[in-house]
Design a protein around this ligand. Structure first.
Ligand code: KG4
Ligand code: ZN
Length: 334
C-alpha cells in the first residue's frame, strides 16, 4: 500500500479546522480555531458571522497545521475538504481554500462528507471492523449508519425533527445555561435525579428513526408551568430527567439496530458522544450483548479536520476526486 499525506480542511459549522494526516491514521497536526466564544453572545451559531470568521481564520489555521506537521505543500499527496452537509457560507470558505491549494500545488482534491468524517474519527484511535453500526449525534445530526464494508454507508435511521445536540441546546437555554448547552446540561444532570417523567419517542415498531421535539416541548412546558404556579422545580432534576430520556432512546434504538444488523462493533461519533452518561449507558448495554463499543476521545468527537483527513484517506484510495468546480453542498446525503 502506498503511503499518503493529506491536508484536510473542515469549516462546515463554527470550527475553522485544518489537519495533516499520514496514512489515514497518524495525526501529524490538528489545528482548530473555535468560534464558540463569539456565538455564545447570541445563544447559538449565527451563519453570517461563522462565514466571516472562517475567512479570517482559514489561512492562519492551515499554515499552523502545516507548520506543526513540519511539511511543505510539495510533500502532500492530496488536499481534502468537507463539501457538506453544513452551513453553505461556512462550507464555501473551506472548499475555496482547498481548491486554491489544489490548484496552486497541482494536488488531487478529495471531497469528504462531514458524517463520514465523524465516523472515521474512530479509525484514528481504534481498529475498526466491518460490518459495523455508527450512531452519529451532534448539534446538527442524529443518524444511525450501517457500514457493511469500508467506504459504504447505509442510512438506516435519522431524526425526524430536532437533532439531539439541538434539543440539548434548547433545553439548556430554558434552564438559563450558556451555549453550547450540551456540556452544561450534562454537568447539571450529574447532581440531579431522574424524578420527572418525560416522553420517549419510540415511533413505529421497528423504526430506527428518532424524534426529540416532543421531549423538548415537554421539558419547556414543565418548566413554564412550574414558573406559572410558583412551584419549585429542581433544575438539576429537570436536566437529569431530560438526559435519561435522551440516553434511553439512543441506547435502546442503537442496540436494536446492532442486533438486527448483527454487527460486532458499534461506533459513537459527533459532539454529543462527549456525553459521559451516554457513553456509560451505551458501553454497559453493548457489553451485555457481546458487542464492542468504540468511542473517540473528546477532541475527536467535536468538529475537527483530523477526522476529515481519516475519511479522506479511504476516499482517496478508492479514487474519489473533485474538479476545481467543486461546490459546497449544504444538504448533501451520505
Ligand atoms: O459535532 P459537533 O461539534 O458539531 C456539529 O456538527 O453539530 O457537536 C456539537 C453539539 C452541540 O449541540 C453541543 O451542545 C453537543 O454537541 N455536546 C454535548 C456534550 N458536549 C457537546 N451534548 C451532550 N453532552 C455533552 N457532554
Ligand atoms: Zn459535526
Amino acid at each position: 500500500e502506498t503511503s499518503t499525506l493529506i491536508l484536510a480542511i473542515e469549516t462546515s459549522c463554527d470550527e475553522t479546522a485544518a489537519a495533516v494526516i499520514e496514512n489515514g491514521r497518524y495525526v501529524r497536526a490538528n489545528a482548530v480555531a473555535s468560534q464558540i466564544e463569539t456565538h455564545k453572545l447570541y445563544g447559538g451559531v449565527v451563519p453570517e458571522i461563522a462565514s466571516r470568521q472562517h475567512v479570517e481564520q482559514m489561512t492562519i489555521v492551515m499554515e499552523k497545521a502545516m507548520r506543526e506537521a513540519g511539511v511543505t505543500f510539495q510533500d502532500l499527496t492530496a488536499v481534502a475538504v468537507t463539501e457538506g452537509p453544513g452551513l453553505v457560507g461556512a462550507l464555501l470558505v473551506g472548499v475555496n481554500a482547498a481548491k486554491a491549494v489544489a490548484y496552486a500545488h497541482s494536488l488531487p482534491l478529495v471531497p469528504v462528507h462531514h458524517l463520514a468524517g465523524h465516523i472515521y474519527a474512530n479509525r484514528l484511535v481504534h481498529d475498526v471492523k466491518y460490518p459495523l453500526l455508527s450512531l452519529i449525534v451532534s448539534g446538527g445530526h442524529t443518524e444511525l449508519v450501517y457500514m457493511p464494508e469500508e467506504g459504504v454507508y447505509e442510512l438506516i435511521g435519522e431524526t425526524r425533527d430536532d437533532a439531539v445536540g439541538e434539543a440539548y441546546d434548547k433545553v439548556a437555554r430554558t434552564l438559563g445555561l450558556p451555549y453550547p448547552g450540551g456540556p452544561a446540561v450534562d454537568q447539571l444532570a450529574q447532581t440531579g435525579e431522574a424524578s420527572l417523567e418525560f416522553p420517549r419517542a419510540w415511533l413505529e415498531e421497528g423504526s430506527y428513526d428518532f424524534s426529540f421535539s416532543g421531549l423538548k416541548s415537554s421539558v419547556l412546558n414543565t418548566l413554564h408551568n412550574a414558573t406559572q404556579r410558583n412551584v419549585e422545580l429542581a433544575r438539576e432534576d429537570v436536566a437529569c430527567s431530560f438526559q435519561a430520556s435522551v440516553v434511553d432512546v439512543l441506547v435502546t434504538k442503537t442496540a436494536a439496530a446492532a442486533k438486527a444488523y448483527d454487527v460486532e462493533q458499534v461506533l459513537l461519533a459527533g459532539g454529543v458522544a462527549a456525553n459521559q452518561t451516554l457513553r456509560e449507558a451505551m458501553e454497559t448495554k453493548m457489553a451485555a450483548e457481546g458487542r464492542q463499543l468504540l468511542v473517540p476521545p473528546l477532541w475527536l468527537c467535536t468538529d475537527n479536520a483530523a477526522m476529515i483527513g481519516a475519511a479522506a484517506d479511504v476516499a482517496y484510495r478508492s479514487g474519489a476526486r473533485a474538479d476545481l468546480d467543486l461546490n459546497a453542498k449544504p444538504g448533501l446525503a451520505l
